[in-house]
Design a protein around this ligand. Structure first.
Ligand code: SAM
Length: 289
């Protein structure tokens, strides 16, 4: 993953003082903490993210949380039309009156968690979604979007680095957990860029990172009952230091583990997504569902 915390990047910061001191007001807007408002201001980081989004006029493009337009404006330099979803009434109003890009935007002033993304897809065009997501709702929002994996072809998101580490983890590591399994069930997730707090105003307390999320066109392993998969994965990781013989012993005998190639002494972090799906499907069969 590329690290953008370089001296040259800091020099390009839009803050004339070059300070990472948190400010509550930026470009005349009072940042709302409850809307997860940390506005991007580092031109080099913005340019790197735009390259990762790589918007084109051949696809339908949607930005979640355009805010003050840090990503919106450069994307509108590349493509003619952009859909944006912004919950903050004041920010949506600013975009409606934006001096240069207002005519290029379709603005949805609503909560992205309530948006039916299948309604945004246009026939014959791929749907691409991107955003510097509000951190307070980033995980539920990601799972909301993953539900539309059959209509969204490509997503690029800024998230807390700690969340990105968990989303992109491999088995046998400390970051591999329920979030990893449930997200990678739906999509290929690639870490792309680490972003330091001083790239934003106000500066968040933690590092951020950009990920590319490519929903699987066809799921590699299909759970017969997704809720059962979630239940088993939760039970295993809720007691992640225990062996699966102990944490999942209420569901499976050691013989079942052995028949699926799972060592009963393994822990949750050693179980692959394929094996979790096999366990869930075995349970579904046992229960006759
Ligand atoms: N894209 C801008 C940038 O990079 O500077 C702003 C990013 S800021 C981290 C998150 C943005 O998401 C804010 O504009 C905030 O108002 C908006 N937002 C927060 N919750 C939202 C929600 N539920 N639905 C849509 N937008 C939301």
């Amino acid at each position: 993953m590329q690290n953008t915390n370089s001296r040259s990047n800091r020099k390009k910061s839009a803050d004339p003082a070059g300070s990472s001191r948190p400010r509550t007001s930026y470009q005349g807007h009072h940042a709302r903490k409850n809307f997860g408002q940390n506005f991007l201001r580092d031109e080099q980081v913005i340019s790197n993210i735009i390259s990762l989004i790589a918007p084109t006029d051949d696809e339908t493009v949607v930005e979640i949380g355009p805010g003050l337009g840090a990503l919106t404006e450069p994307v509108c330099e590349i493509i003619k039309h952009l859909n944006v979803i912004e919950l903050d009434r004041d920010l949506a109003e600013r975009l409606r009156h934006h001096p240069f890009i207002r005519d290029q935007l379709t603005i949805y002033e609503k909560d992205a968690l309530t948006v039916d993304f299948s309604e945004l897809r246009e026939p014959g065009r791929n749907l691409k979604v991107y955003g510097n997501l509000p951190y307070n709702i980033s995980t539920p929002l990601l799972f909301h979007l993953l539900k539309y994996g059959n209509v969204i072809s490509d997503m690029t998101f800024m998230l807390q680095k700690e969340v990105v580490d968990r989303l992109t983890a491999a088995p046998d590591s400390k970051d591999y957990g329920k979030l990893t399994v449930m997200a990678q069930y739906f999509a290929r997730i690639m870490p792309c860029l680490v972003v330091p707090p001083e790239a934003f105003t106000p500066a968040p307390k933690v590092y951020s990172a950009v990920v590319k999320v490519i929903p699987h066109a066809t799921l590699p392993y299909v759970a017969k009952d997704y809720d059962l998969l979630e239940q088993i994965v939760s039970s295993a990781f809720n007691q992640r230091r225990k062996t699966v013989h102990n944490s999942l012993g209420d569901y499976f005998t050691d013989e079942v583990f052995a028949s699926l190639g799972i060592d009963p002494k393994a822990r949750a972090e050693n179980i692959t997504i394929e094996q979790f799906v096999k366990l869930a499907n075995t349970l579904a069969e046992q229960r006759g569902s």
